[in-house]
Design a protein. Sequence first.
Length: 111
Amino acid sequence: FSTHLSCSLLHLLLFLLLFFFFFLLRLGWNVLASRSSSGWLGSTLLDRSLSTRLLRLSIVYVFVVASFSTSLLLWNRFDGWSRQRNSVYIFTDEMKRLPELAVRSTWWFLN
């Protein structure tokens, strides 16, 4: 339970850092667009491309963090199981389920 809680706190911290980074990036793009004197650098075009990039990056970020936290949970389980049963088969069976667990933890994080 404590590992799950620490992974949840890690999710929250990384999400807040990423949100702050996106906020600064968008603020910088808006300042750049407002200071541009030429007409080809319009703020609406810049905002659309930036929001699309940020959406893609945030989706990739959520999957990477979910996979990382799931692998941490599995590694902690494997450490406990290897001391009890001295077997690697349980860990390999869990590793086969890693994509499913990553999707589930991502769904849990988004909800």
